[in-house]
Design a protein around this ligand. Structure first.
Ligand SMILES: [Zn+2]
Ligand SMILES: [Zn+2]
Length: 347
């Protein structure tokens, strides 16, 4: 089968013919309908800053259909009311299943966890092997080549916004940095909460127009240093950093309110020196990576009810490097989804 793999940091992606994986035990093989291209994939391909086991097939936003499974998956699939051919999303936080975090339904926090496209082969391929049926979320009638962004771009900001709930009370000021795939979902979750003022900071003026369409109150172009403060009426109660560079973290620290929250989501690999002289008093810092499986189910429910809007642009799987180059250049409005050969549009 066709797979797009990374062998060394900074090398172009390789389009390869690899054996189709055969499921055994509790494993389920998914026929990939589409796999989203995330900014994190660019960082994974270019650097060794994130935890990755090379060579590996990239791709962690996976939509597809249930194709085959090992003997021990039969029972769990039946209990989950899933069968061959059902449309599913793959939940990407594959925990050990035994530790305290996993027992609490927070497998994405598992210290021994692995993820497709990081330590295990991911969805830039015709098929992907999922270790257990519990990582599959049925999506009903949603097209499996439209739904993939929900599996990361949808669920990660859902989690970040949920965890920021104590700060997101009526009248709160919110600054959101970076309107890529995740930021676009974040605005929609924020707009479901009453009486927030939301500013978006971006490098790209086109993205600010999109921010206004999605309901942001104010757009701030990179460089307009004072505008966020002025437009929001003061420092932000919550800063969501969907970029995560040294520069955006520094900006976040300078624009958060005393007692506020800086929520780091973007994995650009930036860091920040923490101390009394660096943040307003009692401000909090937190990271978010993925959400729980329950979060993903909640996002799928919202999508099935038509409460979420997101754009997908399909590209052939073999053009993965071109997709990365386009995303790096900043000209992508929605989410690029790589479609393997033979997958039907809208399937
Ligand atoms: Zn991602
Ligand atoms: Zn675990």
């Amino acid at each position: 089968m066709l797979a797009v793999r990374t062998h060394a940091a900074g090398e172009p992606l390789r389009v390869e013919d690899v054996p189709r994986p055969e499921p055994s035990g509790t494993e389920v093989r998914v026929r990939v309908a589409g796999c989203g291209v995330c900014h994190t994939d660019l960082h994974l391909a270019r650097t060794d800053r994130l935890r990755i086991s090379r060579p590996v097939t990239l791709g962690h936003e996976i939509g597809g259909t249930i194709d085959a499974w090992g003997d021990e998956a039969t029972g769990p699939l039946r209990r989950a009311r899933l069968k061959a051919g059902d449309r599913i999303l793959v939940f990407g936080g594959w925990g050990c299943g035994a530790c305290r975090e996993c027992a609490a339904g927070e497998e994405q926090r598992c210290e021994r966890g692995e993820s497709p496209g990081f330590q295990r082969d991911g969805g830039y391929a015709e098929h992907v092997l999922v270790p257990h049926p519990r990582h599959l979320v049925g999506i009903g009638p949603l097209p499996a080549d439209q739904a993939p962004p929900l599996a990361d771009a949808g669920v990660t900001p859902y989690r970040a916004v949920s965890r920021a709930a104590p700060w997101l009370t009526p009248g709160a000021r919110v600054l959101l940095m970076g309107l890529g795939g995740l930021g676009q979902f974040a605005i929609q979750y924020l707009r479901r909460l009453p009486a927030l003022t939301i500013a978006v900071r971006e490098l790209n003026p086109d993205k600010l127009a999109l921010a206004a369409e999605l309901g942001a109150d104010l757009g701030v172009l990179d460089g307009d240093e004072e505008l966020a403060h002025i437009g929001l009426g003061g420092p932000a109660d919550v800063v969501f950093d969907f970029v995560g560079s040294d520069a955006t973290l520094d900006y976040a620290a300078r624009n958060v309110a005393p007692g506020g929250l800086v929520s780091l989501v973007g994995e650009a690999g930036g860091s920040f020196r923490f101390g009394f002289d660096r943040l307003p008093v009692e401000a909090s810092l937190s990271t978010t990576a993925w959400g729980s499986i329950a979060d993903l189910r909640a996002v799928v429910r919202l999508a099935r009810r038509g409460r979420l809007a997101w754009e997908v642009e399909r590209m052939p799987l073999a053009d993965a490097q071109a997709a990365h180059d386009r995303l790096a250049a900043g000209g992508v409005r929605g989410r690029l989804v790589l479609v393997p050969p033979g997958a039907q549009a809208g399937s």
